[in-house]
Ligand binder design. Structure first.
Ligand SMILES: Cc1ncc(COP(=O)(O)O)c(C=O)c1O
Length: 459
């Protein structure tokens, strides 16, 4: 009898985990571990569901590619009509390589350098010029300017205005406002409180927007607000949108001509502990606040990342050792904090379960009647005590060589992976039905060391 957990694209069949129609153990065998596996079916379904929920706002859905920046994943989303939200010059180049129309790219981030701003205004300044071409064989030169900068500070505004004037290219922008609204998420992922480094305080933002009119090549079109991530309820969005709409109305009454609102991202997903609002529930709170204004010409941008890719990705890892300590039972795997840092960094919860099991989970939790579960820490090989994927979790007894699946690892997994302790980065695979594509090969160890050898005299 097939048993499923609550992710339609990650299903246990006859005790074996399948991603779309492909067995997890087969993938682990073929590509090695640790391995990130994404479901194209899941990505399409999530994007379509979110766009459907917010359809009344006709938003430009800019996928926050920091969640999972693999070019194949971004290309899949660009093909569905997504724009991209980028936060660095590197991500900007990924967006371009995804064949997204640059007018649908928003450039956020508090530390934009001069070089990054120039590349965002003109591909002639791309660091990839002369080195990389896109799938149509074109270099970055003619790609045009990004649709919007999200300006995070007055210094950045002056810098963008200056570079735009020097290049004689018009820069369009939203001012990122810090509305001082608590998103009730982890303190490290809260961005819309006054103590956070992001955005400009609302009172000051009004003056900044009015003063910006003096810049010939910088057009401030509206306001951006992003509160943090993951957010479980539409309420903080509703509060923040109320605050920024009041501000836009006040400024527009004085002729500011603001016609754009970027409401950020941050929509939570079900990791198996608590159930956040669904896309439809988020939309039910947010859409009524904006639909009338959209009918009168307001342009809405959104920047979701996690809710598009988060639950579509599984990290597969192989058990190296089972170690019975004095106080704990450790399952030592080849993935750890270097592969998926969220548990170590944010105490994030990821459901972990064997890829082959007599007791398939029915939700992102052990099945109710499971027998023989043992309290376990699933840990990695890194020399840090924070190197764990989960702690004190009831797990079936597993042996050396077993493959474990870490669920909901599609967002902020591979994109935050490091090579700490000189572990090369894992491979990434995209599954679409029965089709399997290696979208990034496993990093080779020589890639970690060769750039240092010239300094010690090795040719
Ligand atoms: C400015 C901005 N927009 C969008 C996002 C995407 O958040 P999420 O992936 O939770 O939707 C982030 C995440 O940190 C962000 O900083």
């Amino acid at each position: 009898m097939p048993t499923t957990n609550d992710l339609p694209h990650c299903t246990y069949r006859d005790g074996n985990l399948h991603i779309d129609k492909v067995g997890a153990e087969e993938l682990a065998e073929r590509f090695g571990t640790p391995l990130y596996v994404y479901s194209a079916t899941g990505i399409r379904a999530n994007f379509t569901r979110l766009s459907g929920a917010f359809m009344a706002l006709k938003p430009t859905l800019c996928y926050a590619l920091k969640a999972c920046g693999n070019v194949s994943v971004c290309r899949l989303l660009a093909g569905l009509g997504a724009g991209m939200d980028v936060v660095s010059g590197g991500e900007l180049e990924r967006a371009w390589l995804s064949s997204v129309d640059m007018s649908k790219v928003v450039f956020a981030g508090v530390g934009k350098t001069r070089a990054e701003i120039a590349a965002a205004l003109s591909g002639a300044h791309s660091p990839l010029k002369g080195i990389v071409k896109d799938v149509s064989g074109r270099g970055p030169e003619g790609r045009g300017a990004v649709g919007l900068f999200n300006i995070e500070s007055e210094g950045e505004l002056r810098r963008i205005a200056q570079i735009a004037a020097d290049l004689r290219v018009e820069a369009s922008a939203c001012i990122r406002v810090n509305p001082d609204v608590d998103a009730h998420t982890h303190k490290y992922t809260t961005t819309g409180k006054s103590e956070n480094k992001f955005g400009i305080a609302i009172a000051r933002a009004k003056e900044v927007i009015e003063a910006a009119r003096a810049h010939a090549y910088l057009k401030v079109r509206g306001v951006h607000v992003h509160l943090g991530s993951p957010i479980a309820s539409p309420k903080p969005y509703m509060e923040a949108i109320g605050v920024v709409l009041a501000m836009m109305d006040e400024l527009n009454a004085k002729g500011a001509g603001l016609d754009t609102l970027n409401i950020g991202g941050g929509y939570g997903i079900d990791y198996g502990l608590a159930t956040p609002a669904t896309p439809e529930e988020f939309a039910a709170g947010i859409v009524p606040l904006l639909a009338g204004r959209v009918a009168s010409g307001l342009r809405v941008f959104m920047e979701p990342g996690r809710c598009i890719v988060g639950n579509t990705g599984v990290l597969l890892t192989r058990v190296q050792y089972v170690k019975i300590g004095d106080k704990k039972r450790f399952v030592v795997c080849d993935a750890g904090m270097h592969t998926l840092i969220r548990p170590a960094l944010y105490q994030a919860h990821h459901f972990v379960w064997p890829a082959r099991t007599q007791s398939p989970p029915t939700r992102l939790a052990p099945p109710e009647n499971a027998a023989g579960l043992v309290g376990t820490d699933v840990v990695g090989p890194v020399c840090e005590s924070s190197d764990f994927l989960c702690q004190d979790r009831p797990l079936p007894v597993v042996e050396e060589g077993a493959v474990l699946a870490v669920f909901c690892a599609g967002a902020y997994g591979m994109s935050m992976a490091s090579t700490y302790n000189d572990h090369p980065k894992p491979a990434e695979v995209l599954v679409d039905g029965k089709q399997v594509t290696l979208i990034r090969p496993r990093q080779e160890l020589h890639e970690l060391v060769t750039s240092e050898l010239a300094a010690v005299g090795v040719a």
